[in-house]
Write a protein that binds this ligand. Structure first.
Ligand SMILES: Cc1ncc(COP(=O)(O)O)c(C=O)c1O
Length: 408
């Protein structure tokens, strides 16, 4: 790699206010990890937390841990910790279930606020599970209609009950105009759901500042909660008295231990809970929440943009065969950079073998996610050098890189 890039990267790393955070994560030697937009790296504290939760809370204290270790309160306790990271207030966020399940609840919650309307509108480019869950909602409520569009801003009209926005596009990393779409939706009398999977913990998210209604997202990407970590759901405080959701399990009951025959929802955000939560996964998540909640999101964003813009510049200079598929303009780009190439799949596999871990998305996308918590500018320089070697040496053409695994 030429010296000017190396010198620049070294200087940027020396000035990096977040550099010390890397020591809080377990990252295998020799690996440069660009998949934090899919599964975040493991915080060292998560190991200890899970060990304590299994050995003490589960093995030793057993059932008493529901009270003694505060297990029952974890969904709202951790929800309150996450709230400021996404621009929400305490009492508006609960951690529970999966993103897909929370989206199902949010869809019906939105519909419960607009009972006279029947249309759910979303972008065609939405992450597929979002559209599949809308299909599921349609199947369970005759009369509902799904409209898929290219541009939400111009498509929302007075027939729309619920608008579903992906804050950051999973394929290209493009940031949606969530504030403008929310304002337009409100003008038309619709309710908005923000999917924050690719923005929570990496972009400054301003739910309350934008007057948002509902939001959902996962915690296993930039929040480093671990594989299958419980997701979150947000509901603006002003809607809590009127909103309902259909998965009315006992954890969402106002008095779960009254064991009443009929369902009476909790008055607050707990009404979005369904049943018993995966406590060991909660304990693993706590470490990620502790790290992120101590950070200034503006600093996180600044480093993220510095890493992604350096990566774009370097790849375009050294590996011209790859075509940029993410926005070039900083303000429009989340924390991932996607490039296209007809042989994207084997190139990604060859990179992984050399320790540069990104991923592939259909049909021809190489996706690189940048967590500023554990990546440096020198990581970017080294990774692009490996990418250049793989391309110039046709390394990716080896037959072992062609076979597709179940998870890409
Ligand atoms: C925008 C978006 N929504 C939802 C999901 C996944 O949902 P779940 O956590 O239920 O698998 C993803 C996963 O990558 C995603 O990118």
């Amino acid at each position: 790699m030429d010296n000017s890039f190396t010198a620049r990267a070294e200087t940027l790393d020396k000035q990096d206010p977040l550099a010390a955070l890397r020591a809080q994560f377990l990252i295998p030697d020799g690996m440069i990890y660009f998949d934090g937009n899919s599964l975040g790296a493991m915080p060292k504290a998560a190991l200890e937390a899970v060990s304590e939760a299994t050995q003490q809370e589960w093995a030793t204290d057993l059932i008493t841990s529901w009270n003694k270790a505060g297990w029952f309160a974890l969904p709202t306790e951790y929800g309150d910790r996450l709230a400021p990271v996404i621009g929400a207030s305490a009492g508006e966020v609960v951690i529970c279930d999966s993103t897909s399940i929370n989206l199902y609840k949010a869809l019906f919650a939105g519909l419960s606020l607009r009972p006279e309307r029947q249309v759910i509108i979303a972008e065609k480019s939405s992450f597929p599970t979002d559209l599949y869950m809308v299909e599921g909602a349609l199947a369970s409520r005759p009369g509902l209609e799904m409209k898929l569009v290219d541009d939400l801003l111009t498509a929302i009209d007075e027939s729309v009950a619920v608008v579903l926005i992906n804050h950051v596009d999973y394929r290209t990393g493009k940031v949606a105009e969530v504030e403008a779409i929310t304002a337009r939706a409100h003008e038309m009398g619709a309710v908005v759901i923000w999917d924050l999977c690719h923005s929570a913990g990496i972009l400054p998210v301003g739910l309350n500042a934008a007057g948002a209604d509902l939001a959902i997202g996962c915690t296993y990407k930039y929040l480093n909660g671990g594989p299958g970590a419980p997701a979150f759901i947000y509901c603006a405080a002003r809607h809590l008295p009127n909103v309902s959701q259909p998965l009315s399990g006992w954890w969402g009951h106002a008095q779960p231990f009254a064991f009443d025959t009929g369902f009476a929802p909790d008055a607050g955000i707990r009404k979005f809970l369904c049943g018993t939560q995966p406590i060991l996964s909660f304990r693993a998540l706590e470490a990620g929440l502790d790290i992120i909640s101590g950070l200034d999101m503006a600093q996180v964003r600044a480093k993220s943009l510095s890493l992604t813009s350096l990566f774009i510049e370097l790849v375009e200079a050294k590996v011209p065969a790859l075509k940029l598929a993410s926005p070039r303009e900083n303000a429009l780009r989340g924390s991932q950079v996607s490039f296209t190439h007809p042989e994207a799949y084997p190139i990604v596999q060859a990179l992984i073998e050399r320790g540069v871990v990104g991923d592939f998305r259909m049909p021809n996308v190489l996706r690189f996610g940048f967590s500023p918590l554990y990546l440096s500018h020198m990581d970017v320089v080294h990774a692009v050098e490996i990418l250049r070697e793989i391309m110039e040496g046709d390394v990716w053409k080896a037959p072992r890189f062609q076979a597709r695994s179940a998870v890409t």
